[in-house]
Ligand binder design. Structure first.
Ligand code: NPW
Ligand code: ADP
Ligand code: K
Length: 499
């Protein structure tokens, strides 16, 4: 499903209006959708609408009018004088026949529900003064809160808090989600998110051509790998995972297990001499091969059946790992660079990016967490409040020439071609040692099966999040590969694939 920035959403409104849907009709649909959600949340209790001076407030007036008509006890507080309302918002306020309370915090009372219609897409500066006090009072009130379009104070495009923001129980947005419904901290402020149809036709998307999508199965169903009836294990690819030395071999084994469970036909751990004993003693279905440094690695990669490679988990930071990465880039298998493979280039990221661009290989994925991301992309600071995670990862993909996957509760995957996805399905207990190692392996396993890199990254992230839910609280990294069959079965069911 497409995700629209607030600018793209304005364009959608304009295109719908140009195609014959009056702007006020869109507002009437929006207000109705808010009223429907409010009825579910408030039961029979009194409802307070906190309205701002723009069209977000207009939606609030429509909802108030509709809820009163349905028999609810509704009051409205307005941030500004009624006379200063303009356009559709003024029209919506005309329809409201009840009282409008001035912006007095004591007027909030003890409602069964507060409808937050202060600011939506039009928020354009930090919130201070009366609106700030109102938002703080809404948060302190204790009543459930239904936010219209966005929790007031949240920047719709970046998900950032503009000084202070409402913490909603539920948010009703219109036509399509905005980045703030998925990116933190916005997502936390939204509560549940409902997307309402307000009469905008999907045809407008042909003009807008959005490049950001929610990472859900509908988005990548066409790329999801299914073993062929007449296939064999080599038809499902052979992934190789580079092991660290004797002091750190577990990460590569976790990764290898993830690759195998994600469906690679064969998986081999490439092991330095000193770690051969440790690796062979702890692996069964995953194979082990001796690898003597970068020269030995290059020799192994001449076998073109080894079509996907993961370097980084437990690899160690330094020249040896850099040499392995450059060797893999030259050999051109589909490649996941994770953890130490990224940190090894902290002092010379340009060298890595040049090597990536020189290969012409488009199947390269970098999978940093925030710390690793900062080491490689120091110029893409996360300090700027208006620069979102989405924008940072897109810029990093452009800079590096690789697909960049920035991990976290709102994992973003971006391609140098501009496409990006945001995932919102990862539970917090996924943040546990080794979890990222399994993720890089899963993506390697998908690459081995021939899935294009951007899709492989998106599918891997989504399945990893689902595996987190499947294993539940208490999860450790070893559990993740073991619950993948359950995740895959549900995907098969969802896609209608026989098994
Ligand atoms: N046809 C459509 O387009 C549809 C739109 N719809 C609805 O309209 C909403 C967007 O409406 P909007 O553009 O009027 O802006 P909105 O969010 O109400 O903000 C109001 C004004 O507040 C001001 N302001 C900004 N920041 C501020 C701050 N920090 N502190 C104080 N004031 C601040 C700023 O005005 P300024 O002060 O800059 O002149 C801004 O213009 C959208 O979210 C959806 O709910 C739906 O009805 C469907 C159809
Ligand atoms: N708060 C969170 N909610 C959900 N998932 C998270 C959260 N924090 C981290 N994760 C996920 O946990 C995994 C941790 O990976 P990483 O930091 O590389 O750990 P490791 O290096 O120990 O394997 C990533 O997939 C990341 O997206
Ligand atoms: K709002």
């Amino acid at each position: 499903m497409e995700i629209l920035t607030t600018g793209e959403m304005e364009q959608a409104d304009r295109l719908a209006i140009a195609a014959g849907a009056p702007g006020f009709a869109l507002m009437l649909h929006a207000g109705q959708a808010v009223a429907d959600a409010a009825t579910d949340l408030a039961g029979q209790g009194p409802i307070l609408v906190a309205a701002g001076c723009g069209n977000n407030g207009g939606d609030g007036f429509v909802a108030a009018t509709e809820l009163a008509a349905r028999g609810h006890d509704v009051s409205v507080i307005l941030l500004c004088g009624r006379d200063s309302l303009k356009g559709d918002a003024a029209l919506a306020a005309k329809g409201w026949k009840g009282r409008v309370l001035p912006c007095d915090l004591s007027a909030l009372g003890s409602p069964a529900l507060i409808i937050d219609a202060l600011f939506g897409a039009g928020l354009n500066r930090p919130v201070t003064g009366d609106p700030q006090a109102m938002i703080e009072a809404i948060n302190a009130n204790g009543a459930p809160v239904l936010s219209v379009d966005l929790p007031s104070g949240i920047n719709g495009t970046t998900g950032a808090i503009m000084g202070v923001a409402v913490r909603a129980t539920e948010t009703v947005t219109f036509f399509r989600k905005k980045p703030a419904h998925l990116l933190l901290p916005g997502r936390i402020h939204c509560g549940r998110v409902r997307v309402a149809d307000i009469g905008i036709s999907d045809v407008v998307l042909d003009k807008i051509r959005p490049a950001t999508f929610e990472n859900i199965p509908d988005y990548w169903q066409g790329a999801f790998p299914v073993p062929r009836i007449d296939g064999h294990k080599y038809a499902r690819g052979h992934a190789v995972i580079v092991s660290g030395d004797l002091t750190s071999t577990g990460a590569a084994r976790l990764s290898a297990r993830g690759a195998l469970r994600a469906g690679a036909g064969l998986v081999s751990v490439l092991s330095p001499d000193d770690a051969l004993g440790a690796n062979t003693a702890s692996l069964t279905a995953v194979m082990v091969r001796r690898m003597n440094g970068a020269a030995g690695f290059a020799e192994i990669l001449t076998d073109r059946r080894l079509n996907a490679c993961v370097i980084g988990p437990g690899a160690g930071v330094g020249e040896e790992t850099r040499a392995l990465v450059l060797t893999a880039l030259a050999a051109k298998p589909a490649l996941v660079l994770d953890a130490d493979a990224l940190t090894s280039f902290a002092d010379l990221p340009a060298r890595l990016f040049e090597a990536i661009k020189e290969t012409g290989n488009t199947d390269i994925i970098l999978t940093p967490h925030e710390g690793e991301f900062r080491r490689l992309f120091s110029e893409m600071s996360n300090k700027h409040p208006l620069r979102s995670k989405l924008e940072r990862v897109r810029a990093a993909a452009g800079r590096s020439g690789a697909i960049v996957l920035l991990k976290g509760p709102d994992t973003v995957v971006a391609s140098p071609d501009g496409r990006a996805t945001i995932a919102a399905n990862a539970p917090p207990w996924l943040a546990t040692a080794g979890s990222g190692d399994v993720l890089s392996g899963m993506i390697g396993g998908l690459l081995a099966q021939g899935v294009p890199a951007f899709d492989a990254a998106c599918i891997g992230v989504w399945m990893h999040g689902e595996a987190g839910h499947e294993a539940g609280p208490g999860l450790i990294a070893e559990d993740l590969p073991e619950v993948l069959p359950a995740v895959l079965r549900r995907l098969y069911d969802r896609f209608g694939i026989d098994y």
